[in-house]
Design a protein around this ligand. Structure first.
Ligand SMILES: NC(=O)c1ccc[n+]([C@@H]2O[C@H](COP(=O)([O-])OP(=O)(O)OC[C@H]3O[C@@H](n4cnc5c(N)ncnc54)[C@H](OP(=O)(O)O)[C@@H]3O)[C@@H](O)[C@H]2O)c1
Length: 300
């Protein structure tokens, strides 16, 4: 089986490459913008691919002829999408059009990674049948991309929605809530953390496994792939503090409105995982299990 991964330098992308390169009978083409940032060089090939270039997308897909394409590349900085609307559209929407058309030409399975932010957060946890209602530019861009697939006559696609990704990889372009909280708590704070947003934090290894299971089982349609526990962001940070036995004194509870962020966030998401558990055999780690794994990976 031949699998092409976009955004392979990102958190999910790197985890996917490490997972896929260890699978038997899987040929992997890792692609991302710029140079390869994964130091391991066995078990896969790397090629630079800007997914906002139709010509580059067509060339790479026609040459490699993947059986499945896992599209992780995206502009994931939610507030930046509010001001950089064109960049957000090009990367989060237009790339999907290019990749889907190229996938259709060779009948490849197109697996698109999306987000809990397609929902308005009024009725979480959400199942795959629930109606999206995006609140921000980032959310609308991911929703538009989903709609391109859902409305396409080509049905060889899947959407893997996820929630706050966390994990550790080398050469990360940005941090995530767990690494940031761990580092800030270690110094004793201070941290202002919202108590009115609820999420199911997702270990990047679990999402990578979920995407692989979708490809391996050729499972079509929408799948919710998050961590197994929905909690408030303040609870998440307090659990991280307790896990490492760091003091919680530096933590201050605040509400979302006091942050005055440019992009609106859905208050309460979280996913119902029944479909992924049943069809994919998806079995994600708890937060503490994820922290234990990160501890093994972090450099001393
Ligand atoms: N992170 C979350 O909390 C979260 C939550 C819900 C859903 N998701 C979704 O999950 C997916 C993966 O997220 P992630 O956190 O792993 O993302 P990430 O770490 O931000 O990685 C995205 C990758 O895409 C690459 N990229 C940027 N522009 C590109 C271009 N024009 N062509 C090709 N590659 C390009 C980036 O390269 P550089 O590193 O060189 O910029 C980066 O490596 C995304 O689709 C995101 O929307 C993420």
């Amino acid at each position: 089986m031949k699998i092409l991964v976009t955004g392979s330098n990102g958190l999910l992308g790197q985890k996917l490459i490490h997972l896929l390169r260890s699978r038997e009978a899987v040929e992997v083409l890792a692609t991302s913008s710029g140079e390869n940032r994964i130091s391991a060089n066995k078990g896969y090939t790397y090629r630079s691919l800007d997914v906002t270039s139709e010509a580059e997308v067509n060339t790479v897909i026609e040459e490699f002829k993947p059986d499945a394409i896992i599209h992780t590349a995206a502009l994931t900085i939610v507030d930046l999408c509010e001001t950089e609307k064109e960049k957000c559209h090009a990367l989060n929407v237009q790339s999907v059009v290019y990749l889907l058309v190229a996938a259709q030409r060779i009948n490849a399975h197109f697996i698109h990674v999306s987000t809990d932010f397609v929902f308005n957060g009024e009725n979480g946890p959400y199942s795959e049948e629930d109606e999206p209602d995006p609140l921000s530019e980032y959310a609308r861009s991911k929703y538009k991309a989903e709609q391109i697939l859902i409305k396409s006559e080509y049905k060889n696609w899947s959407i893997a929605r996820t929630i706050i990704l966390y994990g550790y990889t080398e050469n990360m372009s940005r941090s995530n809530v767990v690494l940031w909280a761990r580092e800030t708590l270690r110094k004793g704070g201070p941290m202002n953390i919202v108590n009115d947003q609820f999420r199911a934090p997702t270990l990047a290894e679990d999402l990578a496994m979920g995407c692989w299971l979708i490809a391996e089982k050729k499972a079509k349609g929408i799948f919710h792939l998050s961590g197994p526990e929905t909690m408030s962001v303040i609870e998440m940070v307090r659990r991280i503090a307790r896990y490492y036995e760091f003091s919680e004194e530096g933590i201050t509870e605040i509400d979302t409105s006091s942050l005055r962020q440019p992009a609106k966030r859905p208050p309460h998401t979280g996913f119902v995982l029944d479909k992924a558990r049943k069809i994919l055999d998806y079995n994600p780690h708890t937060l503490e299990e994820g922290l234990a794994l990160i501890d093994e990976q972090l450099p001393l």
